[in-house]
Ligand binder design. Structure first.
Ligand code: ADE
Length: 258
């Protein structure tokens, strides 16, 4: 059944902490938020910078992301989708950096020998491109925010090792595994040398949006190096750095594109 509150733009994250700052803006700016609960998810409907939006937690993993994306399109008539949150950094992407995806790939998809490794069977593709205009605009907003990290994240971010965060654009990998060993991340880089980050949802959302013709983008803050290196408190990092990065970048983008 369709909702009585259509929202052309959806902003999705896997975890509550990742969406917290944006949910807070939704409450504060408009003071009017409708929450609809379907399939165990809370769909938060309101306005951000004058734009009707729906904010929702997908939960973690590719299936959870695919269910959420499909519901957003079918139930809310969403015409643009942004996924945001954290990812493990590969190659040049270090903790605190931001990655705007240009392509997404499911690194655990393997129907070989029937189809080439990573190809989504019967789709003819392994890599799903993000919408160029949306990715351009988010990258521009990210560059603006990262130019003044102290303002964007506050002094607490320094204590978490974030001093001069950089912006990267390119391939993000998704799979139903939290990558937390050096051999595993090395294997990913050897197989897919241009990969910048690994997470657990983006490529699933990409496949749904591709099939349904909905422009989408993925914006990730690097929270760890996808290896066994000791890292600052993961949840604290999300709240202090990643959630603020998402809110600042999406806010900057919305203000520039009312
Ligand atoms: N999200 C954040 N870090 C991740 C990692 N190392 N692997 C998968 N998903 C992640």
């Amino acid at each position: 059944m369709k909702s009585a509150h259509p929202a052309p733009l959806a902003i999705v994250a896997a975890m509550q902490q990742e969406l917290q700052a944006l949910l807070h803006s939704l409450d504060n700016v408009t003071g009017k938020v409708t929450i609809e609960r379907h399939a165990g998810r809370n769909f938060h409907l309101g306005e951000l910078h004058g734009r009707p939006v729906v904010l929702v937690l997908s939960r973690i993993g590719k299936v959870a992301a695919a269910i959420t994306a499909t519901m957003l399109i079918e139930r809310y008539g969403v015409q643009q989708m942004i996924f945001t949150g954290v990812a493990g950094g590969l190659g040049p992407a270090h903790v605190g950096d931001v990655v705007v995806a240009r392509e997404l790939l499911q690194h655990d998809m393997d129907a070989s020998p029937l189809f080439p490794r990573h190809e989504v069977p019967l789709s003819g593709r392994a890599r799903f491109p993000t919408d160029p205009a949306l990715a351009d605009a988010l990258a521009q907003a990210a560059a603006h925010v990262l130019a003044d990290p102290l303002r964007a994240f506050g002094a607490e971010a320094r204590a978490l090792g974030v001093t001069a965060p950089r912006l990267h654009q390119g391939l993000i990998l998704s799979g139903d595994r939290f990558v937390a060993t050096a051999p595993e991340s090395r294997a990913l880089i050897e197989r897919l040398p241009d990969a910048l980050a690994v997470e657990m949802e983006g490529a699933a959302l990409a496949q749904v949006c591709h099939d349904c013709g909905v422009p989408f983008a993925v914006l990730r803050t690097i929270s760890d190096r996808a290896d066994d290196s000791a890292h600052v408190d993961f949840m604290q990092f999300i709240e202090v750095v990643a959630a603020r990065a998402s809110a600042a970048i999406v806010g900057t983008w919305l203000q520039a594109h009312p």
